[in-house]
Design a protein. Structure first.
Length: 137
């Protein structure tokens, strides 16, 4: 018998990255039933994971965590500065008036240092038994 390795690479939104976590804490101070925000979007991302829940979920299916971390704008390896696929640098509106766009983009890189980035990147391994080939055939 021999072992074969399966590596699973998962890239998913973090359910409550730093900006949303901060906004939700502030909303809970001022409202009894606040409208909470996160990275759950109907028809796109319907399940929410954080690092702990992703590890727990993959372990249920026999995977071992090799590495799991969060990233957002400013992570030099995975998510370089200045690109999020949405910004149009020719648009003066985005550059001057859209504070709802820029405040999260300024806060998000801080999440890279405390495990609360916008995205979760995880690498998981599953060891499988592979029957040995019959040498007489």
């Amino acid at each position: 018998m021999a072992f074969g390795n399966t590596i699973l690479d998962i890239i998913i939104p973090n359910r409550e990255p730093l900006f949303e976590w901060t906004a939700n804490k502030i909303r809970r101070i001022f409202y009894k039933k606040p409208k909470l925000s996160g990275a759950i979007y109907p028809d796109m991302h319907v399940l929410g994971f954080n690092l702990k829940s992703l590890r727990k979920h993959t372990e249920r299916f026999g995977f071992t965590s090799l590495s799991a971390y969060t990233v957002s704008m400013g992570n030099q390896i995975f998510y370089p500065w200045g690109y999020d696929g949405l910004i149009n640098v020719d648009s003066k509106w985005y550059l001057t008036n859209n504070w709802k766009y820029w405040i999260p983009k300024v806060i998000a890189p801080i999440g890279n240092y405390c495990g609360m980035g916008d995205w979760i990147v995880g690498y998981f391994r599953k060891n499988q038994l592979i029957p040995a080939k019959n040498s007489e055939s």
